[in-house]
Design a protein around this ligand. Structure first.
Ligand code: PGA
Ligand code: MG
Length: 219
């Protein structure tokens, strides 16, 4: 097996814990619609497939009208854009691991279903942007994860072949699209997976980002 030379990271639930800010924005939208607020766990169960699916799931779970998504999704983005970095933090060890891997010469990228504007705002605010040679967001291409196109796009930007690349994510989509694009996959157990971790089909499960360095043999 070829050594790993490029790593693509999912954002929400893998690099950053963004659920509190997402919850606040969702609950403001729900309040405007006269609907009940969601708990943090409910929101975690709805993240990972892009903002349109998050808003749709939030409305359905609270008895709202998902027929006006065309207006509700931009409204959510306005509400979220104003508070995307209030409580959002990197998971333990993430900045240190990214610095270590970059220092070892690995090429790093982000592939997320979150829209680009919020993605860049978070990466910049948390001091993570400089680690990544490619950032492919939910609206960068017409396709989103689990379609393998965003992963392939990131690999092309990093000049890396699938056989020498690894995807690290929290969701079955991340593992699924890594497989579809011919990459190895590591899943984190602390994120927002909607399925039991053992069923994700990843090459390895890690409970914290520093375990990735050991798994790669790059201590
Ligand atoms: O669903 C989203 O908006 C983002 O999710 P991801 O970073 O886990 O792809
Ligand atoms: Mg995720």
């Amino acid at each position: 097996m070829k050594p790993v030379r490029a790593i693509l990271f999912d954002l929400d639930g893998t690099l950053v814990d963004s659920a509190r800010d997402l919850r606040e924005a969702v609950n403001l939208l729900l309040a405007e619609e006269g609907l009940r607020p969601l708990s943090l766990d409910e929101v975690k169960g709805m993240v990972g497939d892009g903002v349109a699916r998050l808003v749709e799931r939030a409305l359905r779970a609270t008895g709202g009208d998902a027929a006006r998504l065309d207006a509700q999704v931009p409204r959510f983005m306005d509400l979220y854009g104003a508070r995307a970095t209030r409580h959002t933090v990197p998971y333990p060890g993430v900045p240190e691991v990214l610095a270590h891997l970059q220092g070892r010469g690995l090429r790093l990228g982000v592939v997320t279903n979150k829209p680009r504007r919020a993605t860049l705002e978070i990466l910049n605010a948390l001091g993570l942007a400089g680690f990544f040679g490619s950032v492919v967001a939910g609206d960068t291409l017409p396709e989103r994860k689990p379609d393998p196109a965003p992963l392939r796009h990131a690999l092309a930007e990093l000049c890396a072949a699938p056989e020498e690349a690894l995807m690290v994510g929290d969701n079955h989509h991340d593992v699924q699209d890594a497989r579809a694009a011919g990459l190895r996959a590591v899943a984190v157990t602390y994120g927002y997976s909607h399925r039991p971790h053992g069923e994700l089909g990843a090459d390895a499960l890690i409970d914290a980002m520093p375990e990735l360095v050991a798994w790669l043999g790059l201590e």
